[in-house]
Ligand binder design. Sequence first.
Ligand code: ADP
Length: 594
Amino acid sequence: MKQPDRIAPEETVGGPTAPTAYRKPNGDSPRTAGDPICLPPGISSARFKTFLLRLAGICGEDNVTAITKEEELHHESYLEPSKCHDMFSIMNKEAFIASAVVSPRHTGEVQAIMRLCNEFEIPVWPFSIGRNVGYGGAAPRVPGSLGMDLGCNMNKIIKVDVDGAYALVEPGVTYFDLHNYLVEHNLRDKLWVDVPDLGGGSVLGNTVERGVGYTPYGDHYMMHCGMEVVLPNGELVRTGMGALPNPKADPNAPAYEQEPNESWQLFNYGFGPYNDGTFTQSSLGVVTKMGVWLMTNPGGYQSYMITFPRDEDLHQIVEIIRPLRVGMVLQNVPTLRHILLDAAVHGDRKSYTDSDKPLTDDEIDAIAKKLNLGRWNFYGALYGPAPVREVMWQVVKGAFSQVPGAKFYFPEDQPDNIVLQTRHNTLQGIPSVTELKWVDWLPNGAHLFFSPIAKVSGDEAVAQYALTRKRCEQAGLDFIGTFVVGMREMHHIVCLVFNRKDPKSCEKAHWVISTLVQDAAERGWGEYRTHIALMDQIAQTYNFNDNAQMKLNERIKNALDPKGILAPGKNGIWPQTYDAKSWAIKRPSLASLR
Ligand code: ADP
């Protein structure tokens, strides 16, 4: 894939704070006592020590941790995630690791940290909780960056407005936190929060990465409203209606403490250009507060599962889904899951087979039979009072009954079906971590997501399924995946499970995903989100008109962040201070996997 032509530093708006040097990876310089496992690029040990002292002066010693010991690399549990490296690394563990982690206590400290990082020219990688499983966890793209753990101390639910049906949250508020708040305040009969598959991530982090959930409010970015953002130079911005001061606010208080405009969480756009998108999948700001719309309790709920017996049913199922979804008869974000995704939640691979080859169609059929499931399994829900649900169900059932052998179940029909019982909760905004289990399909299981966008069309679903399954099997992996149905497209999430303690297995997963990125681009398919190791490759596929979008992104980046301090390399955007080519990640070849 052609590397985009980069804008030369002199073409950009560097101004008086223009950078001093082009950053390249550190190489193998020896560590001296007390050094972190990885220093920031181009920063000496002595300068880093001074930086840490200044950092402690801002946030207090207890909130600054240098990553000096190899034990730090042993954190590998979702429940106690690492704050400095990728627990599901496909390369060596130090490929993406922070030099130190800082936990600011409030937005004023975030501003001070940004100014300090500019002074020392040290890259900083912000995250909220840092789980982000399958996409790199808390790890920075540039090894040696300072990790900024926003969720550690900044974890307040600032407000839940029942009449306006919204919340205002800080970065550390998880889906569990927000749901539990509603339960503890007896608000569940009024308000629901939309949750992703795993509830341990932050509401804010998931939204800025444009993650999804499964109720009618499943598009998290669409359902956010208003952000407070610290820019790379430390300035504070409130977007949308937040830019209009609240007349009752204390003008003498620091800006981040000032009472916001009362319409901040009610209307997204305010006046003038709409900036929020700029701060998603972005290296242009640290988001310190965000509004999220909550779904009003619909007054009735019924989840369901429909099983389809044959692999070939995929085409017909997707053709049935399209008009129902775009017409909002399917009210939520439903999922069409391949049998092995469900099977992996029910048991590990060893519980089904002794073979080390990818499972054959006959073997997969046998697993489906054993679990009383289909080759494809559709999970949806009906929302509203009983008469509304009954009418909807007639339409949904009538439509899917056209598929020969389709079977319809409510959760009470299969009380032992852990997936159906979990989806029953997820589709009404009750968070869990049950679905973590599919990662244990292989021993020492870890995963990467390959997530292309697909049209809601039978032809495209079948073509993506055939291609992704073929590439998985070429590398000796099973295909595990799901189609998550948005309004007019599907996020096709292919779950590449590998053994993180087996370098060959890691390489296989890396080969599959990097090959698929290229395969997909050749067919006009692009991914919506990715792991840090794949960001450059994917960014380079979005290259319409001589990489016009990347050039725009680089111009904005260099204007707002002339020293390239904030999340360099995030989503493939390299600041002018970095030699992008020298940060490229090497792709494994198929031959090396043999
Ligand atoms: P989760 O909360 O799901 O564990 P993370 O906190 O790991 O997710 O965030 C995922 C990614 O989103 C981060 O690596 C970072 O790029 C971006 N991100 C998360 N929180 C913020 C934030 N407050 N400001 C800017 N970017 C953020």
